[in-house]
Design a protein around this ligand. Structure first.
Ligand SMILES: NC(=O)c1ccc[n+]([C@@H]2O[C@H](COP(=O)([O-])OP(=O)(O)OC[C@H]3O[C@@H](n4cnc5c(N)ncnc54)[C@H](OP(=O)(O)O)[C@@H]3O)[C@@H](O)[C@H]2O)c1
Length: 287
C-alpha cells in the first residue's frame, strides 16, 4: 500500500483523460487524493473516471477545453461542489503543431497550440490562484516541455509556447512567494505518450522525425516515471518552495543512459524502438 501522502487533498488535472495527465491522476489517487479529470472529449473523460473508480478511488470529471475560461471555471466549480476545496491544480493539457517550418504550419494548428498551451495555462492558473490565494494554500504545477529555455526550429509553436509557460510560471511564483501558495514548473522529459508517438509533419519533413524512434528508446520514460515526480511536487515536501523548477530528464540521466545503452540492449529484451506514427499535412503555403 502506497504512503497516502495526498490523503484528503483534491487535485484537478487538466488533459488527464490519457497520457501523462492520466498517469498523474492515477498516482495522486493511489496517494489518497480525490481526483478531478478533464479533457475535451466527454467520452474519454468518462472512461478515465470509470477506470479510477474501478480501482476504488474517488474521482469525478468534466469535458473541458482549457482554452475557454468559462469551461475552466466550471471545472473548478465541480471540484469545489464535489469535494469542498481544491488543493492541487496541474495545468497538464498540451498540444504540439505539425513538425515543419513555421510559415508552412497551418494557422489553425499553430493557434490550437497557442490556445491550449498558453491561454489554457493562463486560464487554469488564474482559476486556481484565485481559489488558492483565498484559502492561503495550494500547489499550482505548470507543465513545461521541449524548448522551454530556448528555441527549437521546426517546432516553433510548441517550444515558444513552453518558453511562455516557463516565464509566466516564474513571474507568478515571484509575485506570490509569501502567500502560502506554491507555484511550480515541471518538465517531465520525454514521455511515451501519444504526443510522442502520433505526430504530424508538413509534407517533405516526415523523414526528419525518424531519429525520434531512437531518441525515445534512449531517453524516453513511461508516464509513471514523471508522474512519481509530479507526486513529490504536489506533496508537503515542496511546502515553502514556490518557484521550484524541476526536470525529469537531467543531463546526468542523458549521459548515463547513453553509456548504459549497449548493456540495456543486450540484456533487456523489452528495449525497442518507438512505434512512431507520422501523418503528413499539406503546407499552409507553397515553397
Ligand atoms: N510526451 C512528452 O514527451 C512530453 C514532453 C514534455 C512535456 N510534455 C507535456 O506534458 C503534457 C501532457 O502531454 P502528453 O504527452 O500526456 O500528451 P497526450 O498524450 O497527447 O495527452 C494530452 C491530453 O491533453 C488533452 N488536451 C489536449 N488539448 C486540450 C485542451 N485544449 N483542453 C483540454 N484538454 C486538452 C487530451 O485530451 P483531448 O484530446 O480529449 O482534449 C489528452 O488528455 C503536455 O503539456 C505536454 O506538453 C510531454
Amino acid at each position: 500500500m502506497k504512503n497516502l501522502i495526498l490523503k484528503d487533498k483534491t487535485a484537478v488535472i487538466t488533459g488527464s483523460s490519457r497520457g501523462l495527465g492520466f498517469a498523474i491522476a492515477q498516482t495522486y489517487a493511489r496517494a489518497g487524493a480525490k481526483i478531478v479529470i478533464a479533457s475535451r472529449s466527454p467520452r474519454s473523460v468518462d472512461l478515465a473516471v470509470d477506470s479510477l473508480r474501478k480501482e476504488g478511488f474517488e474521482a469525478v470529471g468534466l469535458a473541458c477545453d482549457v482554452a475557454d475560461m468559462q469551461q475552466v471555471e466550471a471545472l473548478a466549480e465541480l471540484a469545489i461542489q464535489t469535494y469542498g476545496s481544491i488543493d492541487i491544480w496541474v495545468n497538464n493539457a498540451g498540444l504540439s503543431a505539425p513538425y515543419g517550418p513555421t510559415v508552412h504550419i497551418p494557422n489553425t494548428d499553430f493557434m490550437d497550440v497557442v490556445n491550449t498551451n498558453i491561454i489554457g495555462t493562463y486560464n487554469g492558473s488564474m482559476t486556481a490562484m484565485r481559489h488558492f490565494l483565498k484559502q492561503g494554500s495550494g500547489k499550482l504545477i505548470n507543465l513545461l516541455g521541449r524548448g522551454d529555455t530556448g528555441s527549437v526550429p521546426l517546432q516553433n509553436a510548441y517550444s515558444s509556447s513552453k518558453v511562455w509557460v516557463r516565464n509566466f510560471t516564474k513571474a507568478l511564483a515571484q509575485e506570490y512567494k509569501d502567500s502560502g501558495v506554491e507555484v511550480i514548473g515541471f518538465n517531465p522529459g520525454l514521455v511515451m505518450t501519444e504526443m510522442l508517438s502520433k505526430v504530424h509533419a508538413v509534407k517533405g519533413y516526415e523523414e526528419q522525425l525518424s531519429p525520434l524512434r531512437f531518441v525515445a528508446m534512449l531517453w524516453g520514460n513511461e508516464a509513471d516515471v514523471p508522474a512519481e515526480k509530479a507526486l513529490w511536487l504536489a506533496s508537503a515536501a515542496t511546502d515553502g518552495r514556490s518557484g521550484l523548477f524541476v526536470t525529469v530528464l537531467t543531463k546526468w540521466m542523458m549521459i548515463s543512459r547513453l553509456i548504459g545503452l549497449p548493456f540495456k540492449y543486450l540484456f533487456d529484451r523489452s528495449t525497442k524502438l518507438l512505434d512512431l506514427n507520422v501523418t503528413s499535412v499539406d503546407p499552409a503555403v507553397g515553397d
